[in-house]
Design a protein around this ligand. Sequence first.
Ligand code: CTP
Ligand SMILES: C[C@](O)(CO)[C@H](O)COP(=O)(O)O
Length: 403
Amino acid sequence: MHSKQPLSVGIVIVAAGRGERAGSPEEGPKQYRPIGGRAVIAHTLERFVTWPQASKIVVVIHRDDEKLLRAALEQVSGLPEIKIAFGGATRQQSVLAGLRALKDSGVTHVMIHDAVRPFFDHDLLDRVAAALADGAPAVLPAMPVTDTLKRGNADGLVIDTIPRTGLHAAQTPQSFRFADILDAHEKAAANGRTDFTDDAAIAEWCNLPVTLAIGSADNVKLTIKRDIAMADEKLSAGLLPDVRTGNGYDVHQLEPGDGVTLCGVFIPHDQKLKGHSDADVALHALTDALLATCGAGDIGDHFPPSDPQWKGAPSRIFIEHAAKIVRERGGTIMNADVSLIAEAPKVGPHRYTMRARLSEFLGISIDRCSVKATTNEKIGFVGRREGIAAIATATVVYRGGKA
Ligand SMILES: Nc1ccn([C@@H]2O[C@H](COP(=O)(O)OP(=O)(O)OP(=O)(O)O)[C@@H](O)[C@H]2O)c(=O)n1
Ligand SMILES: C[C@](O)(CO)[C@H](O)COP(=O)(O)O
């Protein structure tokens, strides 16, 4: 009989995989794809963050995914400090990187979880933690297999029926005494063993007894594209439409010159706009409006005026970057509206071309792009032809809303 042990539980969330079986690489790794309006990993993290027994959390990511993770972290409320480690080519290597990152943290136990299992609940964590507190060195949440199991051959013929009695489908978080599993993983790596598909198997290889805990039917691993679509449908049911509006404002001074660029269109004129880039005041205002729909800061955060690389840069770079950020966060741009406040040159003759350029930069139809202009009735700095101002509004719908 084991006595109850006080636990300090570290969490390792592995998220360094490439999700090849989920296909559609252009949509990015599956752990960052949106389900119910937020990245898969944001749901996973939130469930651990709100579990009172979780102490240190390490997320193991691929080196290419830092930006994706940062964006996902913004979608988690009440986030404590998270440690980030870089994973390896196999899940086993990624877990080891996560365990090493926890080495000096003082945790007594660790739960190792797939980022792509966002549907576990606190009851499951409590069951697993209770088994650890009872003294089990290794605990595996699992579900008894319910389908009949067949072995097939290369010709697609069944060659055997496997009795399912005693068989379980392994889930995560697989949980361990920290020192034991770190040691087991280090030994496996030192012995050149790279073939373990889960951590319980490494514990078994080291002769650690692994205790079964009841898993959860909801705790599925999102593996193929259809799993992600189904998860999205499940979480999106009953959500509010997440329509967000952002605005932006910009002014640039006029000085003698040969023309101005507005909404990406060059208009010959006896003045030019002064600025570090091409000074396209309209695109700058619209860039801010887009960034504002997802709390992504402003144009200066992304393209500091002090940075020489943006000297004379065409402002389409800025707006296309903002549109990419919006899309990466699950947004669909529904409308872009720019008002120019200028005494001259006349905007009217160029309005259609400007709308066409916006449509091209944002990847949306031209009827969703609006350009308007007004003079300032000859008063103020605009009226004195000292500058041109622009106000912009962007409307973006994000997938499934929860305020
Ligand atoms: N080198 C790897 C491989 C996998 N994982 C993580 O392990 C979990 C379970 O793996 P799996 O579903 O197989 O994910 P992928 O390896 O990304 O998928 P695939 O095998 O289809 O490429 C995922 O959270 C995945 O990100 C990891 O951290 N490092
Ligand atoms: C650890 C695991 O989730 C247990 O079912 C699973 O083995 C990981 O998935 P993979 O497809 O083997 O990487």
